[in-house]
Design a protein around this ligand. Structure first.
Ligand code: G3P
Length: 478
């Protein structure tokens, strides 16, 4: 046709009546690679209306049948891993192998969610009244978990498939309907993933995928009175959404500035390997990336040398060649990263490599001797640039971590497990990893940010629970 991917509404692929489209720029070529429909507010209204109706009958379908459909979708998703991964390579420049991994991990997540759902939603509670003062045993309370209604899912560009299904699967197993607004970069991968759910045979209108400009439909979606829950992963926009949204449950995972604290007794080879993987995989475009290294001065020289030796080996180039470092998602992102680098340069940071950039491609860069007056000490580059701050005591490291407005994850490297636990307790982050880089997975682990890093907890079990509410029926005996 006209080369514009259709959006998905009421079980069908449709063109927007707006006649407009949104271009998706390939980060590597910096040319338009795909186009998606620019949906109108009217189309959003229609989608939410159908989602509302479809949800009512979906909630009545037995739990085991809902699980069966999810298992089917998971299998189809895995069968389609190659073309979906190909979209991820072209839309978000994810290295080819990582792109495949994202799709496979997503299939596993959907299956796990179906299994977890039948267990936790298959159980309710039974309470009796005489445990509370003044009551006889005349009231029996039965509780169960019921769906919220229409769940709006907004995933970010860095995991357009995985962070979509981590919202879709819990919503569906719990009996909700689902409206997906994919990120622009990654929208076609998301549409293809939705196609897998379509093939699995979910009822019409239960799942929809609306594409378009944030300026046109963003606020309209998040403030829509028909939406009963928002699950969002992304940047600052999340804070704005939480201020504008109605009285509905919100699950938000925003940015991070994950600190890596290294004690004198740490295994420095292990640390170096984790810093490079944690700091530079997908070119640092992960909210759980290591974003600041806080190392004891006495071991800093040795560590920096070890990290440098590994950074030199990172391959830099196009995602099709499965390079370690690939172009960052947009030109404005590359410009922002460059701004942080130049600020550090003017303020006297030590450049362990030469700064190099071609288009959106930025070579991996380790900045040593970073000080708290530099922006890179606090801001999230979301790119392959990693600051090292030398500390003289562990308290200094904890203080830097806690002075951040973010609180997603952090990590600590030491052989002394007692110290590690105490440091973990002192770090104001949702998760602390001992002797490994931060990471969200395995996907059933709880995942949450403190402070500006978000609200609510994710991970399969927590997401299912979050997308339900408790309903009680009380039997009153004579
Ligand atoms: O940036 C997305 C965040 O959820 C990170 O996930 O799996 O890379 O730790 P992961």
């Amino acid at each position: 046709g006209d080369g514009v991917y259709k959006f998905y509404s009421d079980g069908e692929w449709r063109k927007s009546s707006s006649g407009k489209s949104v271009p998706i720029i390939n980060p590597t070529t910096r040319k338009t690679h795909f186009k998606v429909q620019a949906c109108s507010q009217e189309e959003v209204n229609k989608i939410i209306e159908t989602a509302k109706i479809a949800q009512k009958s979906w909630a009545k379908i037995p739990l085991w049948k809902r699980a069966e459909l999810l298992h089917k979708a998971a299998a189809i998703l895995k069968e389609h891993k190659a073309p979906i991964a190909e979209c991820l390579v072209k839309e978000i420049a994810k290295p080819a192998k990582d792109a495949v991994t994202e799709v496979v991990r997503s299939g596993d997540l959907v299956s796990y969610c179906a299994e977890e759902g039948v267990r936790i939603l298959g159980e309710g509670k039974f309470l009796v009244s005489d445990s509370f003062p003044g009551n006889e045993r005349t009231k029996y309370c039965l509780t169960s978990k019921i769906p919220l209604g229409v769940v709006l899912a907004i995933p970010p560009f860095n995991y357009p498939v995985n962070l979509a299904v981590s919202k879709i699967a819990p919503a569906l197993i719990a009996g909700n309907s689902l409206v997906l607004k994919p990120p622009t970069q990654g929208a076609v991968a998301a549409l293809h993933m939705i196609h897998c759910f379509h093939l699995a045979g979910f009822p019409k209108g239960l799942i929809s995928c609306v594409t378009g400009k944030g300026s046109e439909i963003g606020d309209f979606l998040t403030m829509h009175p028909g939406v009963n829950c928002i699950s969002f992963t992304g940047g600052d926009t999340g804070i704005a959404i939480s201020k504008k949204a109605g009285m509905i449950p919100l699950q938000m995972e925003l940015g991070g500035k994950d600190a890596c604290i290294i004690l004198e007794d740490a295994d420095l080879d292990l640390v170096a390997a984790n810093i490079v993987k944690g700091g530079f995989s997908y070119s640092g475009q992960r909210c759980t990336a290591v974003k600041v290294v806080l190392v004891m001065d006495s071991v800093a020289d040795v560590l920096v040398e070890k990290v440098k030796a590994k950074v030199v080996k990172l391959t830099v180039g196009p995602p099709e060649d499965d390079c370690d470092i690939t172009p960052v998602v947009t030109e404005s992102s590359a410009n922002f990263i460059e701004g942080l680098v130049m600020d550090a340069k003017h303020k006297g940071a030590t450049f362990c490599q030469e700064y190099k950039r071609e288009g959106n491609l930025i070579w991996p860069l380790l900045l040593d001797n970073v000080r708290p007056d530099m922006r890179i000490a606090w801001e999230e580059p979301f790119g392959p640039v990693l600051p090292v701050i030398r500390i003289n005591c562990v308290e200094e490291g904890i203080h830097h971590c806690n002075a951040s407005n973010f609180g997603l994850q952090g990590c600590v490297f030491t052989k002394d497990i007692n110290k590690a636990i105490l440091i973990s307790d002192a770090m104001e982050t949702g998760t602390v990893q001992i002797n490994a880089a931060p990471a969200r997975g395995p996907d059933h682990f709880p995942f949450q940010g403190l402070k500006d890093s978000g609200i609510g907890s994710q991970g399969i079990t927590n997401s299912i629970n979050m997308m339900t509410k408790v309903k009680s029926t009380v039997i009153n005996l004579p």
